[in-house]
Write a protein that binds this ligand. Sequence first.
Ligand code: MEV
Length: 314
Amino acid sequence: MIRVFAPGVIKLFGEHAVVYGQPAIATAVDRGAWVLCERGERTVIRAGPAQAQIEYDLDGDVAWARGHEPFLSYVKTALRKAGESFGPLKASFEVKNDFPPSVGAATSASVSVAILKAYSACLGVDVSGEELARLAHKVELEVQGAASPMDTAVSALGGVLRIETSPFRYRRLATPIRELVLAVLPRRGTTKEIVAEVRGLKSRHKSIDAVIEAIGKIADEAEECLSRGDLVCLGELMEVNNWLLGALSVVGHEVVLLLHNLRPYIYGGKISGAGRGGVVVLLPKDAERLAEALKSMGIQHYHVRIDEGGARLV
Ligand code: MEV
């Protein structure tokens, strides 16, 4: 039996702007996707009642599939890409995720990475983190139509990475951040829809280019704060990044209010991912007290640590 963990990904700086070639900084965290793989007669995927069940027939076509549609598309596409890259395999896969789907913690990317890694390991094929990142990005592109390589690269490779997209490059960054708290707000819209709406806004107004460039400059400046170990500077820039994301119409008043109310407990915070609710990443001054405050507000939250390892056998 093969067991794989692929970390979830929290965007610290630069989401949306990264789609247009600006640099971004994202971190892998110690919660994410888990996939068990065991060779057998048939290929069957089980992903818990809330997500999906899929059964492949002997030719590798989907015999039946039931469940959360977007999730099914990622699983089916990841299996097909794995088959094309690593060769045929009959196995049962069990998929679990520590985060609910579509909240902005890169659940689709980490599930794709974990399936590709588990499939190759089940076949006895050793695949590098960079190759995993490349294949998983292809899965995201096929399913979403447009996606930067950020989430898949960070889940496959782990750590805090600076990502550039044209051409794709990444750099591992040293970080003073050890832990983060993630508040989860109700989400309106999928990543695909929200990315398309930002594209629409950008195409209607030339001035949006300046917002996107400013987000890229913040990622550059944040890199300096990271290298100095300056959490105050990072928190402040997270807030500025959040206001700029507001200008792209992906930050609602509930996020602004939440950040305002949590001010005593945090250096700063922002949405993480496509926005319109979902994960709000908080840089805590004291994670325990922050978690207590969120609990008293009745807000779902996760206390996470930075994961340096990337997708791996566990
Ligand atoms: C989604 O996690 C982050 C976005 O920047 C989209 C992408 O990078 O593909 C909104």
